[in-house]
Design a protein. Sequence first.
Length: 69
Amino acid sequence: MDTLEELAEALIALIRLGCACRLVYCMVRLAGADEEATKYKKRSRNVVLFYILAESIWQVKDIILFYYQ
């Protein structure tokens, strides 16, 4: 069970790091490309929505595991 919990922690850390890197990349590209601004705004919005969804799922998992243990 410990190995599974460590794997889950590593996965959420990778999700957090990936979202942060993708958001920084989109913001840098947004600052440099005026003609593609709407595309990078939409991509950055999607990254934020994905991050919120991933964190919400993570918290629901913790609540369920706490309730049943």
